[in-house]
Design a protein around this ligand. Structure first.
Ligand code: SAM
Length: 231
């Protein structure tokens, strides 16, 4: 018999509001920074993703963390709370306005020793890093996810977790390409290819989570993971 629950949208707007407003809020300065970013519409992870990340990092207890996409330094500051005295967060951003804001954030939170901000294009910086990282958070230009994936997997330790934000394109990722506006087709195709790869690769275990605009959690099951170029 058909299970009707399978055919209903899982995340109703009122449920999103519940996840966002009723789960534990951040206290202190970091909570203030989250509030200010949301008021000023700076794109930071939504609160349901904050809570999820706190839970996840509390379990994983990573020491070395890498982030692609710093913005004003909110999620990197959150992650810095989970790496301990001997851990470190490295984060990458290319946008000078955000870089200035992120530096202020780290100063405000006293995190200057625990976070390193690398300034420039991730495509240039990633090949220079050696890792390994226990946890990588990719939250940058969506069209680049497929291009950055091999570098992220090279830098991730075996058993480590790669978390990727905003993978559903506001839910349009399942729409046929003809229904996607022409100027969004490249990003649509590249994101679809990214999802195909992470969902089918034999050396990756992936779980897609419908929080925010969708999160992918990817674990690396082999020392070396090769991603074949698209035909
Ligand atoms: C969504 S925001 C990051 C939000 C942040 N992770 C948070 O939740 O606090 C994306 C950031 O990625 C940066 N970015 C996008 N593509 C990039 C690239 N190719 N190289 C470096 N930075 C990039 C943008 O400048 C922007 O500040």
């Amino acid at each position: 018999m058909r299970n009707e629950m399978m055919y209903r949208p899982v995340v109703k707007p009122e449920l999103v509001a519940f996840l966002r407003n009723e789960q534990k809020q951040l206290s202190g300065e970091l909570g203030q920074i989250e509030k200010e970013a949301n008021e000023n519409e700076v794109p930071i992870i939504p609160h349901e993703t904050v809570v999820f990340m706190q839970f996840l990092l509390g379990q994983i207890k990573p020491k070395q963390v890498l982030e692609i996409g710093t913005a004003l330094g909110f999620s990197s500051s959150l992650m810095a709370q989970y790496v301990g005295e001997d851990g470190h967060v490295t984060t990458i951003d290319r946008f000078d306005v955000m870089i200035r804001k992120a530096k202020k954030t780290y100063k405000r939170l006293g995190l200057e020793d625990r976070v390193t901000l690398l300034e420039g294009q991730a495509a240039d910086i990633l090949p220079e890093l050696t890792g390994p990282y226990d946890f990588i958070f990719m939250d940058s230009a969506k069209s680049k996810y497929i291009e950055f994936l091999p570098e992220c997997l090279r830098l991730l330790k075996k058993g480590g977790v790669l978390m990727v934000d905003d993978i559903f394109q506001g839910g349009t990722i399942l729409d046929p390409i003809e229904e996607i506006p022409r100027n969004r087709r490249t990003i649509h195709r590249k994101l679809k290819r990214f999802l195909d790869v992470i969902n089918s690769h034999p050396d990756l275990t992936t779980s897609l989570v419908p929080l925010g605009d969708g999160i992918a959690l990817i674990t690396k099951e082999a020392d070396e993971v090769i991603i074949e170029p698209a035909e």
